[in-house]
Design a protein around this ligand. Structure first.
Ligand code: BES
Ligand code: ZN
Length: 561
């Protein structure tokens, strides 16, 4: 039972979708039809999820009724079926404010000449651009035709066949994805490549040149990649996430393009979802940790295989620290892995807990079982549940059967906090960074020789009340092209009221829409009255450029006046 969907898949289950959409940049709407195919009707009606859709008509049905919209769930579309019917065709248009679509003006793109459109369906936004059973427990195959203005390229997270798209593996609705813009393609290898705006595509191809090596790394550990091609799409900077694991076509933020591959753990993460998430999917959003915790664990294993253990232990240590910070700000009830989401938008459950606490649990089980046994377990887990959507209980039953463990798994999943037996990461490189921090505090010169992004981040996060002018003089943080380091630097600057950094802060907040950066920066500003004033003034200007999801989070923090 999925509390975030009106649909009743236990009564009637949609199996296949045929989409036919026209992209209208003038009106900022999609118009067309969705044909839904199901096993011959065993129930008198079919209930679909919608949000802000205009329904023009439903073919091959006796009638339809759009219910009252719920603030979180949207409106149920009840379709009265003809006896024995096995399909209906819904003709509809989206709203310019569709929560799952972002329509960008040319000024918001890299090229500044043409508009851009992209979708973000996870968690429950597919319903704002397609009427369907919008639950991760329902899998569909699909075919699509998308007609876009000339000179613009439409891509979908699917097999591309001429101007059409086809997904032959059954996927949950949150993975249906579309983007339209001025796009170019560069091949990265036999089965991988990258789409991006022309001025970005070369940089992106260089940054992502280890993609094939990453795919091979996961295949060696957890079995074949089952989705044909693995391509990436670099979006304009307003994309609210780091990445989104749309099948065959990961969507990414341009803020990963650091120039030195130092942020490509994000590619490892989204690629890993091709196993943990896209192959074996959380049945409900309360089981989200099955997607993300497993994926952070796999991401780490990829990083270790492709870039070495030292790099991975740094990443894991950063993640572990971020988890502690996050946990401190959360109510007890959100510190558990199986999330209580009743009456809430599943986007709100998206904290670091399912990610980092989930991965830490798997590390802990691995440590007890030994790597060889744990890898064999995971590989059989992916095979056993391939193309299924499962609950936390399904995982627990399987674990108890296949790899009984003395790790207190129930405590990890259902109780707040981190059990004492956690397999804590440890980084020798960070110990050396901490030695330099101690010297820095005493006003001494420090050796930063060939520090990686991860070491710089650890450095900045370990300093307490540093002299920012001195830091910037020596290390030029305000000139960094690395968005993670810049975000950290700006957070420190706000905390220290270091005004020389404020113009840069303003520029960053007005040009980047990634929620991971916006939340801590606005959050830091909101801690003081002057900061709050600055936050409001920046937000007024920046808000129109942010995605629905980022606006939703920030409206709650800052208010909209
Ligand atoms: N699937 C998530 C993004 C997501 C989560 C979208 C919940 C909507 C609702 C994606 O795989 C992800 O986890 N992205 C992270 C990247 C990462 C390396 C942890 C992000 O966007 O920061
Ligand atoms: Zn993820």
């Amino acid at each position: 039972m999925d509390i975030h969907s009106w649909s009743r898949p236990d009564e009637l289950r949609v199996r296949h979708l045929e989409l036919d959409l026209d992209v209208d940049f003038e009106q900022k709407i999609l118009t067309g039809s969705a044909t839904l195919r199901f096993d011959a009707a065993s129930s008198p009606d079919l209930v679909l999820d919608t949000r802000d859709l205009t329904i023009h008509g439903v073919d091959n049905a006796l009638g339809f009724e759009l219910g009252t919209p719920d603030r979180i769930l949207g409106a149920p579309l009840r379709i009265r079926l003809s006896p024995g019917a096995s399909w209906v065709k819904v003709r509809y248009s989206t709203s310019p404010a569709a929560s799952g679509l972002q329509w960008l003006d040319p000024a918001q793109t890299a090229g500044k000449q043409r508009p851009f459109l992209y979708s973000q369906s996870q968690a429950i936004h597919a319903r704002s651009w397609i009427p369907l059973q919008d639950s991760p427990g329902v899998r569909i195959t699909f075919e699509a035709r998308v007609s876009a203005p000339s000179g613009l390229t439409a891509v979908m997270a699917a097999e591309r066949a001429g101007g059409h798209f086809r997904m032959r593996q059954p996927i949950p609705s949150y993975l249906v994805a579309l983007a339209v813009g001025e796009l170019e393609f560069r091949s990265l290898g036999e089965r991988s490549g990258v789409f991006a705006e022309p001025s970005v595509v070369e940089t992106a191809a260089r940054e992502f040149s280890d993609t094939e090596a990453m795919i091979r790394a996961v295949e060696e550990m957890y079995g074949p990649y089952r989705w044909g091609r693995y391509d990436l799409l670099v979006l304009p900077p307003s994309f609210p996430f780091g990445g989104m694991e749309n099948p065959c076509l990961t969507f990414t933020t341009p803020s990963v393009l650091a120039g030195d591959k130092s942020l490509v753990a994000l590619v490892a993460h989204e690629l890993a979802h091709s196993w943990s998430g896209n192959l074996v999917t959380n049945a409900t959003w309360s089981d989200f940790w099955l997607n993300e915790g497993f994926t952070v664990y796999l991401e780490g294993r990829i990083i270790e295989k492709v870039y070495g253990l030292a790099r991975q232990e740094m990443e894991a240590t950063l993640g572990r620290r971020e988890l502690d910070t996050e946990i401190a700000s959360l109510p007890e009830s959100d510190r558990v892995l199986h999330l209580p989401l009743k009456g809430r938008d599943p986007d709100d459950g998206c904290t670091l807990v399912p990610y980092q606490k989930g991965a830490l649990l798997l590390r802990t089980i691995e440590r007890e079982a030994g790597r060889a046994r744990f890898d064999a377990f995971l590989r059989s887990y992916f095979d056993h549940f391939a193309f299924q959507s499962i609950t936390t209980q399904d995982f627990l039953d399987y674990l108890n059967r296949e790899l009984p463990t003395s790790v207190p798994v129930d405590e990890w999943i259902y109780r707040a906090g981190i059990p004492a037996s956690a397999a804590e990461p440890h980084s020798d490189a960070f110990t050396r960074v901490e030695e330099q921090v101690a010297r820095w505090r005493q006003g001494q010169a420090i050796e930063t020789g060939r520090w990686s992004t991860q070491e710089w981040l650890h450095f900045l996060r370990t300093l307490e009340n540093p002299d920012l002018a001195r830091l910037d003089r020596e290390f030029h943080f305000s000139q960094t092209g690395n968005a993670e380091i810049l975000c950290q630097w700006l957070q420190l600057s706000i905390r220290a009221h270091y005004e020389p950094a404020f113009p840069l802060l303003d520029k960053f907040l007005c040009s980047v829409g990634r929620r991971k950066f916006l939340k801590p920066l606005y959050g830091e500003l909101l801690k003081t009255p002057e900061g709050t004033e600055l936050a409001r003034s920046i937000y007024r200007r920046a808000r129109p450029g942010y995605h629905y999801i980022a606006r939703n989070t920030l409206d709650g923090m800052i208010g909209t006046r």
